[in-house]
Design a protein around this ligand. Structure first.
Ligand code: GP9
Ligand code: MN
Length: 402
């Protein structure tokens, strides 16, 4: 209840005071932000070759011209894409059951669109599925979006759609005029769709052939990821033809896993190693890039998760903490010892350790280690999840707002 507000505020402020500002603070001040959600895209596809062909040729190149975060994890639960959206826009954890988008659309939030309004940003979301899927239209109002371009704004027919909706290539193509019409600066997010379970794609859209393991889901996955990569490339090509390119930064990240545990037999065949409990956690890594046109590429090895994405963008934009950015995450561009990535089920990882299914593992050796290497984090892990839950269930941001 309301008495928790002081305690949680203190916890979050203390967390931020311990972070030293990054060298990149404010380098993208006033720029448009284009965020691309890579549907079901896991980090193992990056630089992966199948029969000598790259699965993500465009993203592999983009990596060399971007901040690339190879130790970045998704933190979603049952709400899948909607959880990824929730985490990224609020820097809060998802709920342990269901989707916050569906369960708590009437809450008060202090989401990215609202915070950026103080910097005169316009916010829009683009997605080629029905506007009420995951209760988006309703929740976007609560989060402060100015406009949602959904299925009804696109020309969607049998030829240009598959599975949940519009294919990614026509999606980006048809989005261009809308994007160009937005007031600037803007925060625009694009939710891709084609690389979605069960990864269906017509032969004419297949840029690499399907694999031939025992499990069709795994076989098709790499082919739909390859299509997604082509779609992103075509989007970049179109933007590069306009002034938007140099006035924008591009944030790309995987929303959640695509291949669940049930397909580990075939996946381990493709990856060339067995999948242990510790590997299962490592498989939750998703690609994360921030492309700032004109800047050289840099690999940022910091361990982090989706909860840190907003703070990282705010760091680049020069958004200050006193702008009521109550965040559980911190900028991955700033130095901070003792980083901790907490998953919804209480699993967690640090620079050196992984705690999963009651066991502590060393990341370096992949071996089980003494429990006390992990147990020092238990209190903080529970605090993170409890405080976030308290905010959501108690609608506490009502009281945070000054
Ligand atoms: C549907 C898209 C996919 O609109 O967001 O949803 P998911 O199943 O990944 O949550
Ligand atoms: Mn998704």
């Amino acid at each position: 209840d309301e008495s928790d507000v002081a305690e949680i505020t203190h916890y979050l402020e203390d967390k931020h005071n311990r972070v030293t500002p990054s060298n990149y603070h404010g380098i993208a001040k006033g720029k448009n932000v284009i965020v691309i959600f890579l549907e079901s895209t896991q980090a193992f596809v990056i630089d992966k070759k199948i029969n000598d062909q790259e699965v993500t040729p465009f993203l592999n190149k983009l990596k060399d011209e971007s901040f690339y975060f190879p130790n970045f994890y998704h933190q979603t639960a049952q709400g899948k894409t909607s959880d990824a959206e929730f985490i990224v826009d609020n820097s809060l954890y998802p709920l342990s059951g269901g989707s916050v988008f569906v369960r708590k659309p009437k809450n008060e939030y202090l989401a990215t669109p609202e915070i950026l309004k103080k910097y005169n940003y316009y916010s829009a979301s683009f997605h080629g599925n029905d506007s009420q899927f995951w209760n988006r239209l309703t929740m976007y109002n609560a989060l402060g979006y100015d406009r949602f371009f959904s299925k009804e704004d696109y020309d969607v027919n049998d030829e240009n759609s598959i599975n949940y909706g519009l294919k990614d290539i026509p999606f980006f193509e048809q989005s261009m005029p809308y994007l160009l019409s937005l007031p600037q600066p803007f925060y625009a997010k694009f939710l891709t769709l084609t690389n979605h379970f069960p990864f269906l794609l017509e032969p004419e859209d297949q840029f690499i052939p399907e694999l031939e393991t025992e499990q069709g889901v795994v076989n098709r996955y790499f082919t739909t990821v390859r299509y997604e990569d082509e779609a992103i490339k075509s989007f970049f090509d179109q933007i590069k033809d306009t002034d938007l390119y140099k006035n924008s930064i591009f944030v790309l990240f995987g929303d959640h896993y695509g291949i669940s545990k049930s397909y580990n037999d075939a996946l381990s065949e493709v990856l060339g190693h067995e999948i242990t409990v510790k590997d299962q956690v490592e498989l939750q890594k998703v690609p994360f890039f921030i492309h700032v046109p004109g800047m050289k590429g840099e690999v940022i090895n910091t361990v982090g998760g989706q909860i840190d994405l907003r703070a990282t963008i705010f760091d680049l934009l020069g958004v200050e903490n006193n702008d009521q950015t109550y965040s559980f995450g911190t900028s991955l561009l700033s130095n901070e010892d003792n980083r901790l990535v907490v998953f919804r089920d209480g699993t967690f990882t640090t620079d050196h350790y992984i705690y999963s299914e009651g066991t502590c593992y060393s990341k370096e050796t992949s071996k089980k280690v003494k429990r006390n290497k992990c147990s020092s984090y238990f209190t903080q892990v529970q605090k993170e999840l409890n405080y976030s839950d308290k905010i959501i269930y108690g609608d506490l941001f009502r009281f945070f707002k000054k």
